[in-house]
Write a protein that binds this ligand. Sequence first.
Ligand code: HEC
Length: 129
Amino acid sequence: MPGLNAVAGLFALAGLTLFSLAGDEDETARVERATAIGDPAVGAELIDRAGCGSCHMIPGIDRAEVLVGPPLIHWSRRRYIAGLLRNTPSNMITWLMAPQEVVPGNAMPDLGLTEEQARDITAYLYTLE
Ligand code: HEC
């Protein structure tokens, strides 16, 4: 029954189109949310300069492929920071400014980031699907 196959094909095509449109909307919403926190482009630059990549695997950052700390993949979907703090923008800023206060003795050093720098870095990480 070629007629039915054609109809099924059309439905499949419509489904795929809807699926990819939904994907784009998700991405737009994610980037908008991230941009409300800070400047993701500045954040990426800071991540590069601060040497986060010497310990973390971070998508989109050159040479950030090291596994001393956890890989920072899918960061916008992660629930906890260091298995302890809920992953919210303000908790992320707290963590980035003072990881040694949050988890004394862990292997991530305090890097002397300002609140604004921590904010921009958080914005970049929140763009990561
Ligand atoms: C010397 C190594 C080192 C450097 C440099 C470093 N980190 Fe970390 N980072 C770690 C370790 C180890 C942990 C795990 C800490 C824990 O769970 O107690 C961690 C945890 C994290 C977490 C939480 C990860 C998770 O899965 O919960 C984030 C986010 C993070 N680091 C971001 C950064 C950023 C951004 C930079 C640069 C500004 C950076 N780190 C620099 C070692 C490092």
